[in-house]
Design a binder for this molecule. Structure first.
Ligand SMILES: [Zn+2]
Length: 308
């Protein structure tokens, strides 16, 4: 599980940072990639990575401001031209379907795959399959903006082969049944409970990706014990009132909430073009004073999220 940042800038594309998009790479886990936001030229950024557009099967849109969605029509069309045929689901605020379908209709773009739209109607579970559960909650921005909490389901424990061998239980298909935790009758008549031969389940990872926002209590709910928290940091230490007026956050606010939520690492993104070089380092070190595992991410940074 990895996060790959495709765009880390705020508002308009800059020389060093493209507008917002981050990929959650779930290749080893479920052979897919999820995209969070799709600012203009996200597809150009993808060209510089090893991400295959056809592997992207879900796109989560935090809010409908242009710097988070203007890349969608182009990306969706190219995915089709490159032979993508698998259905793609777009989750986002009400209006995202209208935006995408209007762009495609007026440009007479025909896609080789179906798009399923899920417009967010309420907070809570947005999506669930056998591997993941995604919760959504509302943030505080000028326009409806959301945060997503991706929770990987717990991995079942390993089969305790040594313990089975100690009891002289021969290997074979029966091991499969034991691993499922079933009660099994052996050839010699002994009955064993599979549960006794499975190690501790390994907790799944949590990745939280937020849209643009002021500080609001939902952030802590979404980020509780997260292995990675992706938080905007449009403003710096001395700019708390600016952040409030523009419905954004500072690096310090993000660091405080990461600490309060007991997150494992904080990835600061949506960085203003005013923060280049030294200033961006300063943004990071100021955050680190509050929450040591803070990082101001750059375009193309890849962040590993290992199992705990
Ligand atoms: Zn933005």
């Amino acid at each position: 599980m990895q996060l790959e940042f495709l765009g880390t800038g705020a508002g308009s594309p800059g020389k060093f940072r493209n507008v917002t998009s981050v990929a959650l790479k779930l290749l080893d886990e479920s052979n897919e990639v999820w995209l969070f936001d799709c600012g203009e030229a996200t597809q150009h950024q993808i060209l510089k990575t090893n991400i295959k557009p056809r592997k992207i099967d879900k796109i989560f849109i935090t809010h409908l401001h242009g710097d988070h969605i203007f890349g969608l029509p182009g990306f969706l069309s190219s995915r089709s031209n490159q032979g993508g045929s698998e259905e793609l689901t777009i989750f986002g605020p009400t209006g995202i379907k209208d935006f995408v379908m209007t762009s495609l209709r007026i440009s007479e773009s025909k896609l080789s795959y179906r798009i399923k739209f899920v417009e967010i109607a309420q907070e809570g579970v947005l999506f669930e399959d056998q591997n993941y559960i995604v919760n959504v909650a509302e943030l505080d921005h000028r326009i409806k903006s959301y945060g997503f909490r991706v929770k990987e389901k717990d991995h079942s424990g390993e089969l305790l082969v040594d313990k089975l061998k100690e009891l002289a239980i021969p290997s074979g298909p029966i091991y499969g049944q034991i691993k499922q935790g079933k009660e099994v009758t052996l050839d010699d008549g002994r009955v064993i409970n599979g549960q006794d031969f499975i190690g501790k389940p390994q907790p799944g990872r949590v990745v939280t990706v937020l849209g643009d926002t002021r500080q609001t209590p939902n952030i802590e709910l979404l980020a509780k014990d997260a292995d990675a928290l992706v938080h905007e940091s449009t403003f710096g230490k001395q700019e708390g009132s600016l952040a409030r007026n523009y419905y954004h956050s500072t690096n310090i606010q993000a660091a405080k909430i990461a600490k309060q939520a007991n997150a494992r690492q904080l990835l600061l993104t949506h960085i203003s073009a005013r923060y280049t070089g030294k200033l961006s380092k300063q943004l990071e070190s100021d955050a680190k004073e509050i929450f040591s595992n803070s990082k101001v991410v750059r375009d193309f940074d890849i962040i590993d999220i290992p199992l705990p």
